[in-house]
Design a protein around this ligand. Structure first.
Ligand code: CP3
Length: 365
């Protein structure tokens, strides 16, 4: 595969041959041809891997995110095991918010829990802007990882303002986002102040990762699908745009992802993404029609399909690769994160299948 990639690069004379910028993943993000369709899995670090569970047995989640040696090891595990085309930094979307002074913990079996949920302007003001020193462990982990990963690109990430605001306002995970939306509709001024501040924290956090050497970034707006397009455009888009457009000159592709976002795909692209993540509800050819021809897509195997018999998985992978051909660039992924009960062997087989099917396609084309 490296031979092919180098050959392609020699033809268009663009990025440095062989480095992460020339990898199948970055090429697909940039809508350039590559040797095969690249594949990685959201939440591939952790979750279903026994070698991850062993490490985490004695170390709480937030502590593991703050220890560069552990971050490096956990991030590398799925790369070693599955041969995915990209690594994603092991961390969590609440890590920068905790660094900004918000008292929170990640509770096993629940997720992020905030001690004093945000309700007032004074609460918003207590969210400090972060500097590199506040997240020096992330800076260090990314540098170690970039050295270890060689030609495999590392994806940095952050939570988008709406999804972060949901945890901060609700105080923890929520199915309806009722308190969040009540604040958004009832006190738009406070809402915009909160999201404006979260956008600043997020932008600073992604800049630290980019300066330390990540090859791409993904902005997770996992819960944006809770909103209508009109409300998304009014209450969320300006803030996500502040983050993504703030990175326009950073030299790395920007992926923008959410769940249940069929109605929002166009707007999420407009926020300044190079790649739009699509969940399993929208076929990739339909999604591309909504996103437009100047952006790549990422997705979109239903994570629960991985629990079905192999012939079902195989048929779905083939269908998605076929529909992905409609897009100017396709990064194969799940439509949301790996479920903890997934058999890691199935993930490894999916990687091999995506590579095999899409390379054959390239040979024929
Ligand atoms: O899944 C998504 O929607 C991606 C965005 C997101 C992350 N964390 C990124 C992440 C969201 C919405 C969260 C919040 C969060 N944090 C939850 C969800 C709670 C809810 O509202 O349903 C949970 C359970 C956590 C805590 C957490 N984060 C744990 C226990 C772990 C480690 C292993 C695991 O279970 O996945 C994480 C890691 C994490 N969160 C990563 C990312 C991108 C690490 C990278 C990776 O696993 O690939």
């Amino acid at each position: 595969m490296t031979t092919d990639t180098t050959g392609t690069v020699a033809r268009d004379g663009e990025s440095r041959p062989g480095g992460p910028a020339d990898s199948p993943f970055i090429r697909a993000c940039r809508r350039r041809p590559g040797p095969h369709t690249p594949v990685w899995f959201m939440r591939q670090a952790g979750r279903s891997l026994p070698e991850y569970r062993e490490i985490r047995a004695t170390v709480p989640m937030l502590e593991s995110c703050r220890r560069p040696d552990l971050v490096t090891e956990i991030t590398l595990q799925p790369v070693r095991r599955h041969g995915v085309d990209a690594a994603i930094l092991f961390s969590d979307i609440v890590v920068p918010v905790a660094a900004a002074g918000v008292d929170l913990d990640i509770v096993p079996g629940t997720g992020p829990v905030v001690a004093e949920p945000i309700r007032t302007a004074a609460d918003v003001q207590r969210i400090r802007l972060i500097t590199r020193e506040d997240v020096s462990y992330v800076d260090e982990a990314v540098r170690q990882l970039v050295a270890e990963l060689g030609d495999t690109p590392l994806i940095g990430f952050a939570g988008a303002p709406f999804t972060l605001a949901s945890y901060l306002v609700e105080g923890g995970p929520s199915r309806t986002h009722a308190k969040t939306k009540a604040l958004m509709y009832g006190n738009p001024e406070l809402w915009h102040a909160l999201c404006g501040r979260l956008a600043e924290v997020t932008l600073a956090f992604l800049r630290v990762q980019i300066d330390a050497g990540v090859s791409a970034v993904q902005l997770f707006d996992s819960w944006a699908g809770a909103l209508s397009e009109a409300d998304y455009r009014r209450f969320v888009l300006p803030h996500s745009t502040a983050v993504l457009s703030g990175l326009a000159n950073a030299g790395v592709p920007r992926i923008h992802f959410g769940v249940g976002t069929a109605e929002l795909l166009g707007a999420m692209g407009e926020a300044g993404a190079d790649v739009v993540g699509v969940d399993w509800r929208t076929p990739l050819d339909v999604a591309t029609g909504r996103i437009g021809p100047d952006k790549a897509v990422q997705g979109n195997l239903d994570p629960t399909v991985l629990l079905a018999p192999w012939q079902v998985v195989e048929a779905e992978v083939r269908r998605i690769l076929e529909q992905g051909k409609a897009a100017p660039g396709h990064v194969f992924n799940l439509g949301h994160g790996v479920l903890p009960e997934t058999d890691p062997e199935v993930l490894t087989r999916v990687v091999a299948l995506v590579h095999e099917v899409s390379s054959r396609r390239a040979d024929q084309g």
